[in-house]
Write a new protein. Structure first.
Length: 304
């Protein structure tokens, strides 16, 4: 990325990639609208790009499944998918979308990892001992009828934290607490998170910067937890070595949320070669957010 391109310039580039449907494709070369890049683009652009933002909002509302969830791609995943949490975050400030948000939140509260079922709990406690986690502490899956994973759990926590007070979701707070306990339980022994479990077949797995950063955003209110403090330290140490803009951008947001200095990381991202021609739309959106981190954290409901 040339040094004279800032957050506003990248947001203009992102806006130009909007498809006629009102959404964005996962890759610039694709004509297929996807919900993940669309939701992230909405968060990145905000009301400053009102016509683009409005078209995107209308697309998101049209894409909602009858059960309140959202699919990964328009017309797929009628049972719903993990992107429901991202869409709820994108719709957070839209008053006209309150009915759709409440319907989506109800689906999210009812969505659980497969290990929450009693038979799966018995399985993980008796016959399947290859993974080390407490099945009583479950989060959210990528798609229904599968086990909990770190990223969908983190985004679900962020989305449910943004529910308006008095909306009637009494189960929402307990569901969020279970998700938090799941993240704390499945951290890697030395800090950080990978996609799922910290130990498999007795082997300690290495954490991933992006999974760790997203988990830390969701655990912003749990900074006193030793696992969280250890994970922030790990991410702060590894962030200067990152060469992928996706991981670097998420790391900037997470470290800023936990009040660690990020100026050098922001400079590294802003001078990243060819970031203005990124094919991956979600990465471009996250780069926009990292370069405007205070507004981004507010959009995710995180206080630094």
């Amino acid at each position: 990325m040339p040094s004279d391109l800032g957050a506003k310039d990248l947001r203009l580039l992102l806006a130009e990639k909007q498809l006629p449907t009102g959404g964005w494709a996962a890759l610039s070369s694709s004509p297929q609208t996807a919900l993940e890049p669309t939701a992230l683009a909405c968060v990145a652009l905000g009301f400053e790009f009102e016509p683009v933002h409005d078209r995107a909002m209308q697309f998101l509302l049209r894409a909602q499944n009858p059960n309140g969830s959202w699919p990964v791609f328009l017309g797929d995943d009628q049972e719903g998918a993990w992107v429901t949490s991202l869409v709820l975050i994108a719709l957070h400030d839209r008053v006209e979308a309150v009915p759709e948000r409440l319907k989506g939140a109800a689906w999210l509260v009812d969505s659980t990892g497969q290990e929450s079922d009693w038979l799966w709990k018995w399985k993980f406690r008796t016959t399947d001992r290859h993974v080390r986690f407490d099945p009583d502490k479950f989060g959210w899956p990528w798609v229904p009828h599968t086990c909990s994973w770190v990223v969908p759990t983190a985004f679900s926590i962020l989305a449910l934290h943004q529910l308006p007070c008095g909306c009637g979701f009494d189960a929402g707070s307990s569901r969020v607490q279970l998700g938090i306990e799941m993240l704390l339980d499945r951290a890697c022994p030395g800090g950080g998170w990978n996609a799922g479990n910290g130990v498999v077949y007795g082997v300690t797995l290495a954490p991933h910067p992006d999974d760790t950063a997203i988990a830390l955003l969701a655990l912003n209110h749990d900074r006193q937890e030793p696992v969280v403090q250890m994970s922030v330290d790990w991410l702060e140490g590894v962030a200067p070595t990152l060469s992928a803009p996706w991981s670097l951008a998420w790391s900037i947001l997470a470290l800023a949320a936990h009040q660690r200095p990020v100026e050098a990381l922001v400079q590294a991202l802003s001078h990243f070669p060819d970031a203005d021609v990124l094919e991956d739309t979600s990465t471009l959106a996250i780069a926009c957010l990292a370069l405007d981190r205070q507004r981004a954290l507010a959009a995710f409901g995180v206080t630094a």
